[in-house]
Design a protein around this ligand. Structure first.
Ligand SMILES: Nc1ncnc2c1ncn2[C@@H]1O[C@H](COP(=O)(O)OP(=O)(O)OP(=O)(O)O)[C@@H](O)[C@H]1O
Length: 191
């Protein structure tokens, strides 16, 4: 087993659409360095595993093609089924690739209670939960448009309540406030 298969820190990011999860994941990665740290996406392995199980072209499922649209609904159902059988299924897949050899993981897209529980249960001492918060008007300036069926679904609202976040990062366009949040997080990572 590789020395870093057990990470030193697992930074679990959650936030609404266009709150800045990807943006902040990149900032954290930049601060910690790619030698030590990697971004792991929970949404990535779903398509990969679906393609594998159904003998489909993974690359074509990733782009904005008709091909993907043909399978979208079935892929969503398949994902739900897998998660119902095994809530940690996609979390486990996301942490089984080369990136997970790094000693610090940034999970950039936790969406459900079961995602947070998975990492807290499996990496109890290393897990740090982070909520990225942006006001609705700021999110709208970044292109957010409320979409029924997405923004009122579990995948968007599952973590609105019920988690005692270790850190809440405010990402409302004030650089100092954002830096303060990230600095506080990095202090926890190194403590
Ligand atoms: N502090 C910031 N300064 C400048 N641009 C920002 C900042 N935060 C976010 N953005 C920009 O806002 C847009 C949305 O951010 P991002 O993609 O990180 O959000 P997200 O939470 O990952 O969204 P989604 O859930 O839709 O993937 C991006 O273009 C990003 O570059």
């Amino acid at each position: 087993m590789d020395a870093y298969t057990i990470p030193k820190a697992v930074i679990i990011l959650s936030g609404k659409r266009k709150s800045g999860k990807d943006y902040i994941s990149d900032l954290i990665l930049h601060r910690l360095g790619t030698n030590n740290c990697a971004i792991l996406r929970l949404s990535g392995p779903l398509k990969k595993q679906y393609a594998k199980d159904h003998n489909l072209d993974y690359e074509r499922l990733l782009d904005a093609s008709e091909y993907k649209e043909q399978f979208r609904q079935d892929m969503i159902c398949w994902g739900e089924e897998k998660r119902n059988q095994d809530p940690g299924f996609f979390c486990r897949l996301a942490t089984e690739n080369e990136s997970s050899q790094k000693e610090i993981w940034i999970i950039s897209d936790a969406r459900r209670q079961s995602d947070v529980e998975y990492f807290k249960e499996n990496y109890r001492k290393a897990a740090l939960t982070v909520r990225v918060h942006s006001n609705i008007d700021v999110r709208e300036q970044r292109g957010f448009v409320f979409t029924q069926g997405i923004d009122d679904a579990e995948s968007e609202c599952g973590l609105d309540v019920g988690v005692d976040w270790d850190i809440i990062i405010q990402n409302n366009g004030d650089q100092q406030e954002l830096d303060d949040g990230i600095n506080k997080l990095l202090e926890l990572v190194s403590s």
